[in-house]
Structure formats: structure tokens, C-alpha cells
Design a binder for this molecule. Structure first.
Ligand code: ADE
Length: 419
């Protein structure tokens, strides 16, 4: 296919096998695909998606395509693309893809521009780059956009800031905020895949290491719990008193980053904010410290400051840059400070992406059906969609649950009865 920019079309066969493998773990999305095939709710709709190009995303693209959408895909991070999956999407599904693992920033934004040339009715974002580019540089596209969907916490923060400024020109569905998304994807997905990324990049033993987790949101707490399960001594840094209190009562040590740097062996940022690990933190770190980011953007670690401080930089393993400081200490940055779970590993496993992407598919359908009534704001996924996804997932897992009796329903709706 000419209208694609991928690494190598010859990788397609392997990518296709991996997409099928992931599909086995995505029963909710499969159920939606089967319905979409019959009902074609997205017929004639142009969708531009800016998502991590993974096996799971491929299954989402296929679902949208079966629903009648005309889809194009661009990467949502320069380092997260699985090149074999990109090739399979082009070769087996005839979906145009603009994504090459390791592309530079200029290529990344060029690809976003091409995906927008598709003149989307719906934007599907992971980090809000499509929405922000349309509003900044491609306003001529606004007329045809019906709405957007957003996958991440970081993207939602950006979009809410736009809405607060009255700058947002179309409705966006906050996929991230669905319970069946963040309670599972952010927590169990980021938890496991961040451990996976660190291990694949470094092959270090986590047991007995002091691991500093910056941020105790859903991603941070997922990672903190998983890495504790592997025998690490876990320290949490936080800025929100309530959240910090939760971390303390969950059994973690909580302290400022300035103190944590003195004891930490491994540092992982999962905050969504900038320079969480900054110049003065690098100054206090132990020799050999390993620093990684698992938040959406590569701004959480101040790498430019480290570049200036360091005497020398060398790549000691794939995804491991060693910075030698003037005092002889070495500090290691994993995956250039880009989200480590997708840079050196494969992102969240399919089983959690199943629910996240079920939300994406159903949010697109919801937008088509309801856009006329939706204000130019960030909107929650309706509770019925959330519960339906949970119900199908439980079914697929072979888990049955109880239902309330009439008496229990009545009791819950009354206030007279006490002891
Ligand atoms: N974000 C985190 N993990 C992912 C995956 N496997 N696919 C797409 N987006 C992701």
C-alpha cells in the first residue's frame, strides 16, 4: 500500500500471527466486532487514530473497520511501535499506518499530519496529540469532526485544560475515566508491563532493590504493588496528601524525592508531570542508579539537565544509556525516558487492553449516535457501557455473580428500616 510509512512490509506475517495471539485474550472486543460486523454502526465514518501501534491496537483497528469505519493509524509515541504489527495492518487489513519504531520527532509529527489529512470525523487519541494538532494547526478540519476519544490520564488532563479555556471545539469521550479502563489498564496493565519493561531492558533482579515510585495514581499504585510482589523495597513519592496517606497505609515508605534519591536503586516516574526527577535529584543519586519513566510523555525525567551534567554518555545495552558524572558516578536512563513498558516491552497485555479498547470502540459508536447532543467538553463514558464491558469480561472469564433479590432492591431504596 503506497499511502503508508512503515519500517518493512516483509515483517507482516510475524505481526499477523502476534495479532491473532492477542485476539485470543480479547473476548470483549471480539463480541463487539461480531456485532459491528452485522450492524455496521460506523459505516462511512473516517477515523484517524493516534495510538501505540501494538497487537492490541491492531485488534481495535480491525473492530472499527468491521464496524464500517475508514481507519488510518499513526503512532502515539516515537518508540512504542511494533514494526511487524504495522506491516501486518497494512498488508493483511489494508489499513494505512504511519509509524516506525525509533522515528525522530519531526517524522512523528509529520505522521500525525498525514493521519489528519484523512479528514477525520472521529479522532482517537492516546495523549491528545491529534486533538491538540487540529486545534493549533489544522483548524480547517474542525467542520467535519464529530468528536474524539481519549485513552490516557495525561490526555484527559490536557483536554480538560482546553475545555476550561473554552478552546475545545468538539466533544471528547474520556475513555481513561471509565472504570473498566483505569481500574484495570492503569493499575494491572501498567503495573505488570512496567516491571516487564525494566526487566527486559536491564535483566536485573528486583528482589532486595530499593525502588522509588514517583506518583501513587492508578499507574503508580499498580507498579508499586507489582514490584513489591517481586521482593523490592518500595518507596513512594507524592504531592497529594490524601494519596500519600493511602500509600502509607498500603504499607509503603513515603518521602520527598530529595530524600528518596539517597537510598533508591531504581526510580520510576508515573505522574504525568514535568521534571519530577530533576537536576538536583541526579546530584544526590547513588552510583549505578537506574531511572525510567512509565508516564505518557518523556518530560518526567529532566534528561536535558543530565546530558549537561554528564561527562560522557554511552549505550551499554539496548534501551540503557549510561551517563558518567564528573565525580565518577554512573546514572542509567532506560528507553530515553520514554514510557518504558512500551519502549523495551510490548505494553499492557491483551487481556486488559481488551476492556480499554472495548471502551474505545463503544465510545466511537456512542459519539456517532449522540454527538448532536454533546457539548464541546470532555464527557464520561456512560455507566451502562462500563457495566456491560465488565459483564462480558466476567462471562468470558467464566465468573458468575449474584443478583439482588426483590427484597434487597426494596431495602436499598428505603430509608425507614434501621436496627
Ligand atoms: N498502552 C499501554 N499498553 C498498550 C498496548 N499494549 N497497546 C496499546 N496501547 C497501550
Amino acid at each position: 500500500m503506497e499511502n503508508s510509512d512503515i519500517k518493512d512490509i516483509n515483517l507482516a506475517e510475524g505481526g499477523h500471527r502476534k495479532i491473532d495471539w492477542a485476539e485470543r485474550e480479547m473476548p470483549v472486543l471480539r463480541t463487539i466486532l461480531e456485532r459491528f460486523k452485522k450492524e455496521r454502526p460506523l459505516k462511512g465514518l473516517r477515523v484517524s487514530a493516534c495510538l501505540h501501534v501494538t497487537t492490541e491496537t491492531a485488534n481495535l483497528m480491525h473492530t472499527l473497520q468491521e464496524g464500517g469505519a475508514d481507519v488510518v493509524l499513526t503512532a502515539s509515541n516515537p518508540l512504542s511501535t511494533q514494526d511487524d504489527v504495522a506491516a501486518a495492518l497494512v498488508s493483511y487489513y489494508e489499513i494505512p499506518v504511519y509509524a516506525i519504531k525509533g522515528e525522530d520527532n519531526a517524522t512523528y509529527y509529520k505522521h500525525i499530519g498525514i493521519a489528519l489529512d484523512h479528514k477525520p470525523h472521529i479522532t482517537m487519541d492516546d495523549g491528545a496529540d491529534l486533538v491538540s494538532t487540529i486545534h493549533k494547526d489544522r483548524r480547517e478540519l474542525l467542520d467535519e469532526v464529530v468528536g474524539g476519544t481519549e485513552e490516557t490520564t495525561t490526555g484527559i488532563i490536557r483536554l480538560r485544560a482546553m475545555a476550561a479555556d473554552k478552546a475545545l471545539e468538539f466533544p471528547v469521550m474520556a475513555v481513561n475515566d471509565a472504570m473498566t479502563k483505569h481500574l484495570f489498564d492503569n493499575r494491572y496493565g501498567t503495573g505488570q508491563s512496567t516491571v516487564d519493561g525494566i526487566i527486559r531492558a536491564t535483566n536485573i533482579l528486583l528482589a532486595g532493590k530499593s525502588v522509588v515510585v514517583a506518583g501513587y495514581g492508578w499507574c503508580g499504585r499498580g507498579f508499586a504493588n507489582r514490584v513489591r510482589g517481586m521482593g523490592a523495597i518500595v518507596i513512594v513519592t507524592e504531592v497529594e496528601p490524601l494519596v500519600a496517606l493511602e500509600a502509607v497505609m498500603d504499607g509503603f515508605s513515603v518521602m520527598p524525592m530529595a530524600d528518596a534519591v539517597k537510598v533508591g536503586d531504581i526510580f520510576v516516574t508515573l505522574t504525568g508531570d514535568i521534571n519530577v526527577i530533576d537536576k538536583h535529584h541526579f546530584e544526590g543519586m547513588k552510583d549505578g542508579a537506574i531511572v525510567a519513566n512509565s508516564g505518557h510523555f518523556n518530560v518526567e525525567i529532566n534528561i536535558p539537565a543530565l546530558e549537561e551534567m554528564a561527562k560522557e554518555k554511552r549505550l551499554v545495552r539496548p534501551y540503557v544509556d549510561q551517563y558518567e558524572m564528573p565525580d565518577g558516578r554512573n546514572i542509567h536512563i532506560l528507553g530515553e525516558g520514554r514510557l518504558i513498558n512500551l519502549a523495551s516491552a510490548e505494553g499492557h497485555p491483551a487481556s486488559v487492553m481488551d476492556m480499554s479498547f472495548a471502551n474505545q470502540a463503544l465510545a466511537a459508536e456512542y459519539l456517532v449516535q449522540n454527538a448532536a447532543d454533546l457539548s464541546k467538553n470532555v464527557h464520561s463514558i456512560p455507566e451502562e457501557i462500563d457495566r456491560e464491558i465488565a459483564r462480558i469480561k466476567l462471562d468470558a472469564m467464566g465468573v458468575q455473580i449474584d443478583t439482588l433479590t426483590k427484597e434487597q432492591v426494596k431495602y436499598l431504596n428505603s430509608w425507614e428500616e434501621g436496627t
